[in-house]
Design a protein around this ligand. Structure first.
Ligand SMILES: Cc1cc2nc3c(=O)[nH]c(=O)nc-3n(C[C@H](O)[C@H](O)[C@H](O)COP(=O)(O)O)c2cc1C
Length: 350
């Protein structure tokens, strides 16, 4: 029996955000103590075949934690001790934000999903930036940079720049989040003119490596437009995808009618299709995210063109051994299919 088989029913008896905060608090307390040393021994899978190099960064393994889990960069070392290969902290905004009213995070237990409308609650770029700069972390840390709630499209480039400049020192790569479904004004950002202005401003500020995170709700022509910009403006990578405001048919959970962005199992195939769509059109690395909760799921995204994968909802349902299980499983799948490394398997289904 795994520890999480005992912990999960207790956590699931609490409201979703309360459970998340409890786990977060425990990890923060454990960080830097013998507990995380023991966790690292238990959960780290060391194998050169898992190593990935992407946008100038070296990753020990391809399984990372998606944006939103460690919004304020308080637990990167605890996440490293859980065997993850990287984390994307944030979303971070220029000033602190409280986000939407609670409840704002819901489990779709019958569907293996979550719906959230957090609304980019975070401590603000100054606090996150200082914390990151003062923390030694054993793996690459991406920073998810988002638009402040009150800022309109015209002022967005300067707002992203202000955030970037405050987190620049502690981040290893930077992800422009133009796809948050739970905060005002993001839809208007996802067009050619608005995106160009934001990327040019961030490039001018020295942001590199610079990636863009896409919404699965963008129609294909808009995705194609954005991908043309990735090439034209020489961006370093694409993260696909964020949560969706769509509700696929067949959701069984009563929480399916809550407003917000859906993540987890119900978006897995859609996110994988988007990874493939992106990888077919750009030469830069793709980070695949959406519904990954097993080695098989990670492998499907890798074969569809993802150099790296990330997860959030899977961690809620599968618990702390997920990075280890995914990495061990990936090694078996690579061996089964005759690949020498993860990098050899990237995009083989294209
Ligand atoms: C509670 C919650 C908060 C999130 N916050 C952010 C965020 O601040 N910025 C962002 O780009 N994505 C955010 N996401 C989206 C995740 O990074 C990821 O793209 C999405 O959940 C799909 O992955 P998953 O199915 O593995 O959860 C959030 C997701 C959840 C569930």
């Amino acid at each position: 029996m795994r520890l999480y088989d005992i912990a999960k029913p207790v956590l699931f008896s609490l409201p979703a955000e309360t459970a998340h905060s409890a786990v977060h608090g425990l990890l923060e307390t454990a960080q830097g103590t013998p507990v995380t040393t023991a966790m690292a021994r238990r959960y780290t899978v060391s194998d050169d075949r898992l190593a990935v190099s992407a946008f100038g960064q070296s990753f020990d393994n391809p399984v990372g934690v998606a944006a939103g889990f460690d919004k304020n960069a308080t637990i990167p070392n605890a996440l490293a001790s859980m065997g993850f290969g990287f984390v994307e902290v944030g979303g971070v905004t220029a000033e602190p934000q409280t986000g939407n009213a609670r409840p704002r995070m819901f489990r779709l237990r019958e569907d293996g999903g979550l719906i959230n409308r957090m609304g980019l609650n975070n401590e603000g770029a100054a606090a996150v930036g200082e914390r990151l700069a003062a923390t030694d972390v054993p793996f690459p840390v991406g920073v998810n940079i988002a638009k402040s709630e009150h800022v309109g499209t015209d002022a967005a480039p300067a707002d992203y720049r202000e955030t970037y400049e405050q987190v620049a020192e502690g981040g290893d790569f930077f992800v422009v989040n133009v796809s948050c479904p739970n905060s005002q004004g993001f839809e208007e950002l996802q067009n050619r003119a608005a995106l160009t202005a934001i990327f040019e401003e961030l490039r001018d500020a020295g942001a590199s490596p610079l990636l863009v995170k896409l919404s699965p709700d963008l129609p294909d022509p808009a995705v194609e437009d954005t991908l043309e910009l990735v090439t034209e403006l020489d961006l370093d990578g694409v993260v696909a995808t964020n949560t969706t405001t769509d509700r696929p048919e067949g959701l069984r959970s009563p929480n399916a009618s809550e407003a917000g962005g859906l993540s987890g199992k119900p978006i897995e195939d859609r996110a994988t299709r988007m990874v493939r769509f992106v990888a077919e059109r750009v030469d830069v690395p793709v980070i695949g995210v959406g519904g990954v909760s097993s080695a098989e799921g990670a492998y499907r995204k890798i074969r569809a063109g993802a150099s790296l994968v990330q997860l959030y909802t899977g961690l809620v349902y599968e618990g702390p051994s997920l990075a280890r299980d995914s990495n061990e499983g990936l090694l078996e799948l690579l061996e089964r299919d005759g690949f020498d490394s993860v990098e050899d398997a990237v995009g083989v289904d294209l």
